[in-house]
Design a protein around this ligand. Structure first.
Ligand code: PHE
Ligand code: ZN
Length: 863
């Protein structure tokens, strides 16, 4: 059963400016669940207290629910009506009442994975943003906070473990093999943080002693057989708890903290109070099945959800327009944590790569929105790279402008002032202003204006003194034709390339104007400019530099991020030139890569990042009209040239033994990463022995990082070893869903020219299923990121993705809608591709009963 048909035919747009405080508060809630996979009976008792001065009916949101009975203060009540799918209870002029509603829900047929659903025989919930209304009638808005008491009852054999938020205060046996548990969460919370889990689970138990000496019981719950794969997550949890105490002074506030891993999940994980629910992908890791990148993902997401306990739960959001208040801040916190656990420079490079790959295109396309949107039709569509990752950049800029001590004063003030409240982005900014002693009036534009600002830079010279002239523009975005200049921190330095003479050391400039001049000092010759160091502002820098200057910076800049940027820019300039048939400067690139490689022994992780060629998509972002085929050939040609020229170095890197897979030190991870990069460069040479070399690595690898890197390299080619390795991998891991996802993914990423057909065939594979979002993403998400395949000139790639959206939407509209943005980038392509892409968007929109999620994304994508 799906509720797509209950979506309104004419989408309703919700506006930020229409916010009104709730007319009723619900200080206490008692929920009673009679659990069953097919059918679960829910009794909700809401203690409602009128907040409005005048009488007002109690509006309880519902989605796919029918009230079996309504009672008020214990007596059957008939003064209610349905308004669409919502329940409106008329309480006359009462100022308080206990409203009880009985409902019946059906977890097994809940394919949306919102509300209460079944996954692998267990029951679990997902309520953010508006899923609680699929469990019971409720105001279901984040500014209504309640204390919850939850009674769970069900068959003991089927559901030996019964979990909810907070503490278990009682449990016992029922009739007919049932048992029950009573959970109480002492902290008032919004309904989106409610959770329950019932199933046959095993636990990895540990404990953490907080800074005030309280012992917290930690539990990570998984299916039998997965326990050995939970240790990394547990270590990450304990590190996160410590880090939040040390860096933000935030202590955990309950006696237990539980995490449950489920295999069917729409997102990465969810921060439900005291009971986080995770996609298995971000909990389970062991060297045989998880890559180093997977390990880092586990660490980062465990930290992210834990940090939400303060930035999200203790201080929550007033309304969903404020989503970046918790998400931007929490991403910033998890990024800082991961930087502290590993290499800050490499982490910054990775985060900027994600921003450029996912957020910049969003900001430049039809779905562009400010980090605090002004309107939406379906809030699920706003869990975006803009709200999350650009939101994190905005917090980072405030931290940079204030410096660590004043930033900490600001966050202390924010947490103290708003603890227990539903707050706004404006509240956060005000705490930064007061705690940090800064005027952020102009800075607020980051919350209002969409679009990636561009800085156009030129150097000027006046009598031996050099100046940097900066002109800032912010491009028009849907609904925002004209923009005002943003306030931002710009870190820069200048060097004399001949070694002697002056240098401008690392300097923080606060940009405010549309045009601004920065004095650099006296230089005998044009200095090498190191600008936007550490990526201090999330902007595009437009500054023409000679290959020699970029190569010099790639070798000598004292900011590692800037060294990376200089080499990337050098590569990018050459690739963009090659795409338009010009020579570019291959030799400069090869020379710079060679020099960077010389530092591989000292910092292999950094070197591996630095020598990677820019992605095909990022090359496309530099062009007026993206030419996917020309980009692919130019990139492959440059990769082959670098592979040939430095063949000895690549072979030497691979000639050294790989570190043991169980060695997860940053140095070992860095060496493995560099080996993967070396193998890709060697493969690009087309040398005959490379398939055998890759197959050797694949076969002898003692862990997934090396195994997957070798498999991915083979998957691009046409060797016998390719088919053989794919088969071995499949046979070995066919019963491990997370690893089988990788098998689908490497084939969808393939640079082969028959990838569209291969993906279409894989969609018919017996192990492919629309019921599991990870599987859908591993095939179609990877495919849509494969630029030349997805944009195959005949439009077959577009058709494939649209077919998926159409098939998936009735089952899981959230995941279906998230597949649409690649089709919405049509303006960036030639007219033939534009027409083909728009045809598919129109075909999607023509489907009867299309969900609100997909309708919003597809219709906005056509504008
Ligand atoms: N709030 C979750 C997070 O970012 C993400 C999420 C949103 C999960 C909606 C599920 C549903 O940590
Ligand atoms: Zn989050």
């Amino acid at each position: 059963m799906t509720d797509a048909s209950s979506a309104p035919a004419v989408p309703v747009t919700i506006h930020r400016g229409d916010y009104r405080p709730p007319e009723w508060q619900i200080p206490d809630i008692a929920l009673d669940f009679a659990l069953g996979i097919k059918e679960t009976r829910v009794t909700a008792a809401l203690s409602a207290v009128r907040a409005a001065d005048a009488p007002a009916p109690l509006l309880l949101r519902g989605d796919g629910l029918t009230p079996a009975e309504v009672r008020v203060d214990g007596a059957v009540w008939n003064d209610w009506r349905m308004d669409g799918s919502d329940l409106v209870v008329d309480l006359g002029d009462r100022t308080a009442a206990t409203v009880e509603v009985d409902t019946l829900i059906h977890p097994a047929t809940n394919t949306q994975l919102m509300g209460l659903y079944a996954s692998n025989g267990m029951l679990c919930t997902q309520c953010e943003a508006e899923g609680f209304r699929r469990i019971t009638f409720h105001p279901d808005r984040p500014d209504v906070l309640s204390r919850y008491r939850v009674r769970l009852a069900g068959d003991r054999a089927r559901f030996p473990i019964l979990l909810s938020n907070g503490n278990c205060i009682a449990s016992g046996e029922g009739e007919d093999g049932t048992h029950w548990a009573l959970w109480e969460d002492p902290w008032p919370k919004p309904s989106y943080l409610f959770a329950l889990v019932a199933g046959d689970l095993v636990v990895n138990r540990d404990s953490f002693t907080t800074m005030s000496g309280r012992k917290v019981d930690l539990g990570i719950w998984v299916r039998d057989g997965d326990l050995d794969r939970t240790h990394h997550a547990m270590a990450a949890l304990k590190h996160s708890m410590k880090w939040d105490e040390e860096v933000y002074g935030r202590e955990y506030d309950l006696d237990r903290f539980n995490i449950v891993a489920v295999s069917d999940f729409n997102m990465g994980a969810m921060e439900n109070k005291g009971l986080n629910i995770f996609n298995t992908r971000y909990i389970l890791a062991d060297p045989d099945t998880a890559t180093d990148m997977d390990y880092d993902g586990v660490e980062g997401v465990v930290a992210h959800e834990y940090f939400h306990n303060w930035s999200g739960n203790r201080v929550t959001c007033r309304d969903w327009f404020q989503l970046s208040l918790k998400e931007g801040f929490t991403v910033y916190r998890d990024q800082s944590f991961s930087a502290a656990m590993g290499s800050p420079a490499v982490k910054r490079i990775e985060d900027v790569r994600v921003l450029r790959a996912a957020q910049f295109p969003e900001d430049a396309g039809p779905l562009a929105h400010p980090i605090r949107p002004d309107s939406y039709q379906e809030i699920s569509n706003f869990y975006t790279a803009t709200v999350y990752n650009k939101g994190a950049e905005v917090i980072r800029m405030m931290a940079t402008l204030l410096g660590p001590e004043r930033f900490r004063r600001g966050t202390d003030l924010y947490f103290d002032r708003h603890d227990g409240e539903a707050a706004t982005c404006e509240d956060f900014i005000r705490a930064m202003e007061e705690g940090g002693g800064i005027d952020l009036t102009q800075f607020r534009r980051w919350y209002e204006q969409a679009g990636t600002p561009k800085l156009h830079l030129t150097l000027a010279q006046e009598g031996g003194e050099w100046f940097l002239d900066i002109v800032q523009t912010v491009p028009p975005t849907p609904g925002q034709p004209a923009k005002a200049p943003m306030m931002m921190p710009l870190r820069l330095a200048a060097f004399a390339m001949d070694g002697g003479g002056a240098a401008l050391p690392d300097t923080l400039v606060t940009l405010t104007g549309a045009a601004q001049r920065v004095p650099l000092g006296a230089f005998a010759a044009r200095p090498a400019l190191s600008v936007n160091r550490g990526f201090s502002a999330p902007v595009i820098v437009d500054y023409e530099r000679a290959p020699g200057e970029l190569a010099w910076l790639a070798a000598h800049d004292d900011d590692p991020f800037a060294r990376y940027e200089a080499l990337q820019q050098l590569m990018l300039d050459t690739l963009v030139a090659a795409v338009s048939g010009e020579a570019g400067n291959r030799d400069a690139v090869i020379g710079a890569v060679a020099r960077t490689l010389a530092g591989a022994a000292d910092d292999p992780a950094f070197v591996a990042e630095a020598v990677l060629l820019p992605s095909e998509a990022f090359i496309g972002d530099q062009m007026v009209t993206v030419d996917p085929d020309a980009i692919r050939s130019a990139r492959m040609a440059l990769q082959g040239a670098i592979g040939d020229a430095l063949e000895g170095q690549w072979r030497a890197i691979l000639g050294n033994p790989a570190p043991a897979a169980t060695d997860l030190s940053p140095a070992a991870k860095g060496r493995r990463r560099l080996r993967g990069v070396a193998l890709a460069y060697l493969a690009a040479t087309g040398k005959e022995d490379v398939a055998a070399l890759a197959f050797g690595i694949f076969s002898s690898a003692d862990g997934m990082t090396e195994r997957q890197a070798a498999l991915a390299t083979l998957a691009h080619g046409d060797s016998d070893e390719r088919a053989h390795a794919l088969d071995i991998f499949y046979q070995r891991y066919r019963d491990d869903p997370l690893v089988l996802d990788k098998w689908f993914q490497v084939q969808a990423w393939s640079l082969r020219s028959d990838t569209v057909a291969a993906v279409a065939a894989l969609a018919q594979h017996p192990d492919f299923t629309l019921a599991n979002p990870n599987r859908v993403r591993s095939l179609y998400g990877a495919f849509a990121a494969n630029q030349a395949a997805f944009h195959q000139a005949d439009g077959a790639g577009y058709r494939l993705l649209a077919d998926l959206v159409i098939a998936l939407d009735p089952k899981n509209p959230q995941t279906a809608a998230r597949m649409i943005p690649p089709l919405g980038r049509w303006k960036r392509f030639d007219v033939a591709r534009q027409a083909l892409m728009k045809t598919e968007l129109e075909r999607i929109l023509a489907q009867p009963g299309l969900s609100r999620d997909t309708t919003e994304q597809a219709s906005k994508s056509l504008m």
